[in-house]
Design a protein around this ligand. Structure first.
Ligand code: HEM
Length: 413
């Protein structure tokens, strides 16, 4: 994309560690990662002023670490072995950390088993009609305007509505719920965490009340299934229940939205590929995989930590240190993907890492893929003259660690 070429910063010029919380980083992220894959495939970086991490830039190294047992996810185990663990957060946030993504086996397996039955490809495929209906309703509204922010009008409400319905958040509460989540999902500095506290308390109180309601009055939704969950006699603790619901909803809020927004930008920046898709809608399956690879929703995996000291490409990573398999970089690795910087919607095979790899491989991948295919097919069909409404250099990215998320995507429909 042209905007990758326009900016420079000190890290790029001097080879100093990248600052992952820099607003500018996202504009030249693929060029920075390409350079690092060559000269520093294990690159020290700053997550914030105080928190350091090691970025793993090459595809093969990411796969090996994600499928092996050298990394752990539990921040408390990492801290106990001398690492920084998660950035500081108030105690009130702790229930939300009791989720499968921050847990290692055997707890991870127990938690994942409790929900994986709700996300099988068959169950998800049955949602196609409803997803299409939501996409069309959103576009009915958006098409009344000549210019819209595609993030707020389409890319965000589509996956949020789907996941909220699946979990069982009543329609009347969803706008309020979304405001709370937006206040909580911030870059985790102590200042931001403190600001997020009131929204967090309200959200936790809301979840507890809703779970109580489902205990008294079961419905056909995932929340009811969770409060009733018994997996080989294994009950959820209340914190685990809250952590699970929060994880599913945040995953529904913060990921697929970026697939749709980053993907639309990639298509508008590669008009010949956009035309190709319009001419052959059957391309949707490989096209969505390619958009996930080319400019995916997540910069890195969720925080991981070194189980023991290890050395990779001559760099010693201490026990407990934060290690971030860098998915955006792995997905542009020329050693695996020919012409990796080219968007090629027909690319096969396409073993990208946008959904991670190994035991924490994205549980929601079948849902995200289906949402992506439907969202793009409906958008391309109903907005034949789709165009960016601003120059690409003027687009801004959210400054939230691990995400690669546009703040807005103004388009003319
Ligand atoms: C395009 C959209 C999505 C992308 C790119 C994505 C990406 C990922 C990645 C990279 C991981 C692994 C993180 C790690 O190893 O630290 C992950 C895990 C997870 N994702 Fe997604 N995700 C997407 C959509 C969703 C949706 C819609 C859901 C909701 C149901 C979801 C639920 C989860 C869960 C529960 C995990 C944790 C799995 C585990 O720890 O075993 N994801 N996702």
């Amino acid at each position: 994309m042209s905007m990758q070429l326009v900016q420079t910063n000190q890290s790029r010029a001097t080879g100093q560690p990248l600052h992952m919380d820099s607003k500018e980083l996202h504009h030249h992220i693929h060029a920075d990662f390409a350079r690092l894959r060559q000269i520093a495939p294990v690159a020290p970086a700053y997550i914030s002023r105080r928190q350091k991490a090691f970025l793993i830039l090459r595809y093969e190294d990411c796969v090996n670490l994600l499928k092996g047992d050298q990394l752990i996810k539990n921040p408390k185990t990492a801290q106990a072995s001398g690492g920084q663990g998660m950035p500081w957060m108030p105690k009130a946030f702790e229930p939300l950390l009791h989720n499968m993504l921050n847990t290692d086996d055997p707890d991870h397996r127990r938690l994942r088993n409790l929900v994986h039955k709700a996300f099988t490809p068959k169950i998800i495929a049955d949602l196609a009609g409803r997803i299409e209906q939501i996409a069309n309703e959103l576009l009915d509204r958006a098409l009344l305007e000549s210019r819209v922010d595609l993030v707020q009008a389409y890319a965000l409400p589509l996956p949020i509505t789907v996941i909220a319905e699946l979990v069982g958040i009543p329609a009347a509460d969803r706008a309020q719920f979304r405001r709370w989540v937006q206040k909580i999902v911030v870059n985790p500095t102590p200042f931001n965490m403190a600001l997020a506290l009131p929204a967090l308390w309200r959200l936790l109180r809301y979840f507890r009340q809703l779970a109580d309601q489902r205990r008294r009055d079961p419905q056909d939704d995932l929340l009811t299934a969770l409060v009733q969950a018994e997996d080989e006699g294994d009950h959820f603790t209340e914190d685990e229940l809250l952590g699970m619901v929060f994880l599913l909803l945040v995953a529904g809020h913060e990921t697929t939205v970026n697939l749709i927004a980053n993907g639309t930008l990639a298509l508008l920046s590669n008009p010949e590929q956009l035309t190709l898709w319009r001419e052959s809608p059957a391309l949707a399956e490989s096209a969505v995989e390619e958009l996930l690879r080319y400019d995916g929703p997540l910069m890195t995996t969720e925080f991981s930590f070194a189980r023991t000291e290890m050395t990779l490409h001559g760099v010693t990573i201490p026990q407990g240190a934060t290690v971030l398999p860098t998915l955006l970089s792995a997905n542009r690795d020329e050693a695996v993907f020919a012409n990796a910087d080219r968007l090629d919607l027909a690319r096969t095979p396409n073993r990208h890492l946008a959904f991670g790899h190994g035991i924490h491989y994205c549980l929601g991948a079948p849902l995200a893929r289906l949402e992506g295919r439907i969202a793009f097919n409906v958008l391309l069909e109903r907005a034949p003259n789709l165009q960016l409404a601003v120059a690409p250099e003027r687009l801004e990215y959210k400054n939230i660690m691990i995400l690669h998320a546009l703040k807005e995507l103004p388009v003319v429909l």
